[in-house]
Ligand binder design. Structure first.
Ligand code: WT7
Length: 640
């Protein structure tokens, strides 16, 4: 495949950027010409961030397409035997799997027919809860093939979290595995689904792929095995599956993400704009060249996996790697072993992984070649200078640009990032907006700050094709969350600065959202979970700097009875959070307190708690508005 829209020099970038701002419709229409349409659009863009029923965002209205024809069918002519997916198992002794575009196409068609045989129709919502195996990508693409909306839930979420997500979207089918291999552990998945489904009446069928061969309970009339269902479609001779004709703005998927309230939101992405944006940014940010091996270490359970393991790379006809395991199994050299084994050219990973591997020392790097690497990428949180330098020197051997890609579940794809080989780098800076992206930095009064060498809250003032369209089942919530704070702008929730050269540095969330190991967790969600424990009266959760995770979770908890075993209570609280949300939301520190710093109106002053959690004892700011300033002294004294 060739990419006529690939940017090859700084001049080309500036030129593309200018065109994308002066005439966005013309700019994106020209890129859209490189895709496969069943019918072309009538109108490139109509939008409104403020009017009635806002936001209203429509890209390529009137167009008809199927994203899987772009990700699979159109490559069959010239690239049928090019590897589409290369899968590396958790256990390095097990064989890896390569699926060419032809093979992936066959598998997607077969499984799409399995879905049809099990009653799935266009527009149905399908919950996918699986480990990182090729069948996860196949499941996702099979939904898209027949126009079903997938809702992938990360394998680390609890039964309760799954049930909430299934019920919110009224999913009628679940695709899962018996279990998942992650490092030395085999994690049960099907039993967790069974627990979740006790609370879900909408689910009629569960399709189970056997990966770990651990015993599972298969419910009569509800649960079927993936492998058996495939045999059925083969016996029926249903090897092909025509791609459903989808509207440009038909929903492609829902992905739940945390915000400042207790309940995660179902971010909705639609078809044409998302496809074009993920492909365009994939090809440009990583400077992908045909036949290169691209390895994104994310999990498909997060947006990074959706956009930059599955849809973007496959629509570009790239070879995309999937890794089942964890960076430290069997040892902290695993990423580098994989890089050498498959001669990976582009490696896209997260600062938290880099810091974790950095902590294991250079012994795990020194015997690796790593000479195939050409481009490195980072995503999920600000990358600190130390991790940047370590990655640049020891992995990239000072030859590979690091693209620090800033984006969000809501943005669908990368918005601010260097373009590999084009943009001059600056460690810990995401650098410049990609074509089509119009960032705005806002001051406290809600006005846009112009000029350079400024900081404030980051907004985007014009739509881009990959942006979210709504939050599932609650459009008003979408407006309130993203379009209310700064009328006329999309508000990201991030703080940022723009340096004297116009380079952007994202400084972190300005709302009550934590970023723990690159995972977004709302403080309110964790508090709600902690408060479910019988002995808990009230709690307040804040973040604190953590060497590996970026941010750790610090919980201040008031208990009803203080005469018990404090250590046991802490363990109980951790168990409660694991039950309600999942192990990723477990607090790193729990401090029992007698009171919380509250204003006279009863509002918890998190600013003070945040400072204490960060280790600040002197400058806590103004505490005169507190109902009982004495609690602050006690909390400081007993800090854990
Ligand atoms: C939040 C979005 C986008 C995929 C993974 C996370 C933070 C993400 C960067 C970066 C600084 C970053 C932001 C953002 N973030 N990438 N390169 N530099 N911060 O997706 O779970 O939706 O989280 O992650 O705070 O708002 P997400």
């Amino acid at each position: 495949m060739s990419y006529p829209y690939q940017i090859k020099s700084l001049d080309e970038y500036h030129d593309a950027y200018k065109k994308s701002i002066s005439d966005p419709a013309k700019f994106w229409a020209a890129i859209a010409e490189n895709f496969l349409w069943k019918k072309k659009w009538n109108n490139v863009l109509s939008w409104n961030f403020t009017g009635e029923n806002a936001p209203q965002i429509k890209w390529f209205e009137g167009a008809k397409l199927n994203i899987t024809e772009n990700c699979l069918d159109r490559h069959l002519k010239d690239s049928a035997d090019v590897p589409a997916l290369i899968w590396e198992p958790n256990d390095p002794k097990e064989n890896s799997v390569t699926l060419t575009y032809k093979q992936l196409h066959e598998k997607v068609c077969a499984f799409a027919n399995v879905l049809k045989n099990n009653g799935v129709k266009k527009g149905d919502r399908i919950c996918i809860y699986m480990g990182m195996i090729p069948e996860l990508a196949i499941a996702v693409l099979s939904c898209a093939r027949i126009g079903a909306i997938h809702s992938v839930v990360f394998g680390g979420f609890s039964a309760q979290s799954i049930a909430d997500r299934i019920n919110d979207a009224a999913c009628n089918l679940v695709i899962t595995c018996d279990g998942a291999h992650r490092g030395a552990k085999a994690i049960p998945l099907k039993p967790i689904i069974d627990d979740a489904l006790l609370q879900c009446t909408s689910v009629k069928k569960v399709i189970v792929y056997s990966r770990t061969h651990t015993p599972v309970a298969m419910m009569k009339d509800r649960d079927v095995w993936w492998e058996d269902e495939i045999k059925k479609v083969e016996a029926q001779g249903k090897t092909d599956c025509p791609a459903e004709e989808m509207d440009a703005e038909d929903p492609l998927f829902i992905l739940y993400t945390s915000g400042s309230t207790g309940k995660p939101k179902g971010v909705v992405h639609t078809t044409a704009g998302y496809m074009i944006y993920t492909t365009y940014t994939f090809v440009n940010v990583f400077n992908y060249q045909p036949d290169e091996i691209y390895f994104c270490t994310a999990d498909i359970g997060w947006v990074t996996g959706h956009s930059y393991i599955v849809y973007g790379p496959l629509a570009a006809g790239a070879t995309s790697m999937m890794f089942e395991g964890i960076p430290t199994y069997p040892d902290a050299g695993r990423f580098w072993d994989i890089t050498d084994k498959f001669k990976v050219n582009i490696l896209y990973t997260a600062p938290t992984a880099i810091r974790a591997l950095m902590a294991h020392g250079l012994d795990f790097v020194k015997d690796k070649k790593l000479d195939s690497l050409r481009v490195l990428g980072s995503v999920g949180e600000p990358i600190n200078e130390e991790a940047w330098q370590w990655f640049y020197k020891n992995i990239g051997k000072e030859k590979c640009p690091i693209v620090d890609t800033w984006w969000q579940t809501e943005t669908g794809g990368i918005l601010i990032s260097a373009i590999a080989g084009v943009t001059k780098l600056k460690p810990s800076y995401a650098t410049l907006p990609l074509p089509g992206i119009q960032p705005a930095i806002m001051d406290e009064k809600g006005n846009e700050i112009s000029g350079n060498d400024v900081s404030g809250n980051l907004c985007i003032k014009f739509p881009w094709p990959g942006m979210l369209r709504t939050t599932w089942g609650d459009h008003e919530r979408c407006r309130k969350t993203y379009f209310d704070a700064y009328p006329g702008y999309y508000f990201t929730g991030d703080g940022c600065l723009r340096d004297e050269n116009g380079y952007y540095r994202i400084t972190g969330r300005v709302d009550d959202v934590l970023n723990v190991s690159g995972h977004r967790i709302g403080t309110a969600e964790v508090e709600n979970a902690i408060n479910k424990h019988t002995n808990v009266v009230e709690s307040a959760v804040v973040g604190f700097p953590h060497d590996i995770k970026g941010q750790g979770i610090y919980a201040f908890v008031i208990t009803e009875k203080q005469n018990g075993d404090a250590e046991l209570t802490k363990k109980d609280i951790l168990e409660t959070v694991t039950r309600i949300i999942g192990p990723i939301a477990k607090p790193d520190k729990i401090q029992f307190v007698k009171g919380l710093p509250k204003t006279r109106s009863g509002k918890i002053m998190r600013r003070i708690l945040r400072k204490i959690a960060e280790g600040e004892t002197e400058n806590l700011g103004d505490i005169s508005t507190l109902l009982d300033p004495a609690v602050v002294e006690e909390i400081k004294r007993e800090k854990v």
